[in-house]
Design a protein around this ligand. Structure first.
Ligand SMILES: Nc1ncnc2c1ncn2[C@@H]1O[C@H](COP(=O)(O)OP(=O)(O)O)[C@@H](O)[C@H]1O
Ligand code: SF4
Ligand SMILES: [Mg+2]
Length: 358
């Protein structure tokens, strides 16, 4: 355990400005008290038993719970955490394709989704790139048609200019212009992810939500796709949320990183600060759990420090601080009272009752 500097230890209500030279001072994307609850699906047999009077066990999952943050224009935020902590659910709400149960998402001050009625997305300025590019492409549709659909429907291009428009985006992501005549199965995994990126960009967004965009790719291809994201970010001034369970990937792509645990953000910090000195006990455990190799006299040895304890069921998260059952610093207050996310300094905010000791 390290001891905090006195100046670091005082929570203050300050925003965590982005370090990137690309990011501007303007607040662009805002998550305001964002929450999403899913009712558990009830099997038909259980439903019939319920109609006949049997007690039902309809528990809900609070997949995302009171998330607040702001992103500046041109900034890239990484979103990390163990599987099931709510990253995809948060990403889908940010992209305006999943209605929140509470709170809202603002882009340039405007809601990305209608609050009432059919919860329609209100803007094409935010687009999502999914983990599995094959699943997000219709296998019977030529790539050119898949890319043309959205821009035509939104009046972003005329029919006359369509062919050049599609070819332009395919080339921009490193594919041959004639790729538009082919079908998804004729491409490799890396090429399909390029197509998915081109399809998102053809909608002329200023914001991309990328959900594990390299997780399904071979390691050798991952670096190429990450470089493409970095290049496009600089060329197009994109604001991005980059979801990944891989801390190494996030480190190289993001200005700031948000760490999630069971639906809540527990730390949000500039990437350098977080990797140099994580302040939330869960962030530290997550970083320590990354296997490291070193050489000793006998050859390569792996340093493995898995996170202690089981991830609690999202159906019944522990009261107070959700992390208390796995935290070496937990005390009675942690077991009863959920900590708020408070700014420690200009570089980070942490949700921990004992951040002065971390
Ligand atoms: N459509 C859904 N219906 C019911 N539960 C869901 C649904 N989508 C996600 N969940 C639950 O919400 C929690 C968060 O899921 P998810 O956002 O996919 O996490 P992550 O992307 O971090 O793995 C999980 O417990 C998951 O089972
Ligand atoms: S609030 Fe308590 S249990 Fe939660 S991370 Fe901080 S010290 Fe650990
Ligand atoms: Mg996910």
């Amino acid at each position: 355990m390290t001891t905090a500097h006195a100046a670091d230890a005082t929570p203050r209500e300050v925003s965590n400005a982005a370090p990137s030279a690309v990011a501007e001072a303007v607040v662009h994307l805002q998550a305001c008290g964002l929450g999403r609850r899913f009712e558990s699906r009830v099997a038909l047999g259980d439903r019939i038993a319920g109609w006949l009077g049997a007690p039902s066990d309809r528990r809900a999952v609070q997949a995302v719970d009171g998330v607040d943050f702001e992103l500046r224009r041109g900034e890239v935020l990484g979103l990390v955490g163990e599987s099931g902590c709510g990253k995809t659910t948060l990403g889908r709400m940010l992209a305006g394709i999943l209605p929140p149960s509470t709170g809202q998402v603002l882009l340039g001050g405007q809601p990305v989704m209608q609050a009432q009625g059919r919860h329609r997305k209100t803007t094409s300025r935010v687009q999502m790139v999914f983990q599995d590019p094959f699943a997000s492409l219709d296998p019977r549709m030529r790539i050119g048609d898949a890319l043309a659909e959205g821009p035509l429907a939104h009046g972003l291009v005329t029919r006359e200019a369509l062919q050049d428009y599609v070819a332009g985006w395919l080339q921009r992501v490193g594919l041959p212009a004639d790729a538009g005549r082919r079908y998804p199965h004729q491409f490799s995994g890396g090429q399909r992810q390029r197509i998915a990126i081109a399809r998102a960009l053809a909608m002329q967004p200023d914001t991309l939500i990328c959900d594990e965009p390299v997780a399904s790719l071979d390691v050798s291809i991952q670096a190429q796709i990450l470089n493409l994201f970095l290049q496009l970010r600089h060329e197009l001034g994109l604001t991005m949320v980059f979801i990944s369970h891989h801390l190494g990937v996030v480190r190289h792509v993001c200005d700031r990183v948000a760490v999630m645990y069971l639906g809540r953000i527990v730390e949000i910090a500039h990437a350098e600060a977080l990797y140099a000195r994580p302040r939330h006990p869960y962030s530290r455990a997550l970083l320590d759990s990354v296997p490291r190799l070193h050489l000793d006299d006998e050859g390569p040895v792996a340093d493995l420090h898995p996170i202690q304890g089981e991830l609690p069921s999202p159906l019944a998260p522990p009261p107070g601080c959700h992390f208390h059952q796995r935290c070496p610093l937990a005390n009675d207050r942690c077991r009863q009272q959920a900590p708020g996310l408070l700014a420690l300094d200009e570089q980070r905010s942490v949700a921990c009752h004992q951040s002065e000791f971390t």
